[in-house]
Design a protein around this ligand. Structure first.
Ligand code: SF4
Ligand code: SF4
Length: 82
């Protein structure tokens, strides 16, 4: 399941550098997460780094992007070929 930026984002940019997949960017004045690149941090960290570091707790799972842990791991490998 990809994560998404929810209402309440204060555009502090703290999440951007935490993402191991460069999935977070500024788009039209708001920060967005590319669900194609988000692996819930599977492959890199035990917890979702953007959610952990967001100071206003406005990042959460996107119910429209449900994926298994195996699928997320495969996605991570595809994004980071050895
Ligand atoms: S959950 Fe992890 S991979 Fe997904 S956007 Fe946040 S930091 Fe990036
Ligand atoms: S860390 Fe939270 S408040 Fe800051 S830009 Fe990211 S989503 Fe917005």
């Amino acid at each position: 399941m990809a994560y998404r930026v929810l209402d309440g984002c204060i555009c502090c940019e703290a999440c951007v550098a935490t993402c191991p997949n460069e999935a977070i960017s500024l788009d039209g004045g708001t920060y967005v997460i590319d669900p194609i690149r988000c692996t819930e941090c599977v492959g890199a960290f035990e917890t979702s780094q953007c959610q952990e570091y967001c100071p206003v707790d406005c990042i959460g799972p996107d119910p429209d992007w449900v994926e298994t842990r195996e699928a997320l791991a495969a996605k991570y490998r595809a994004l980071h070929p050895a």
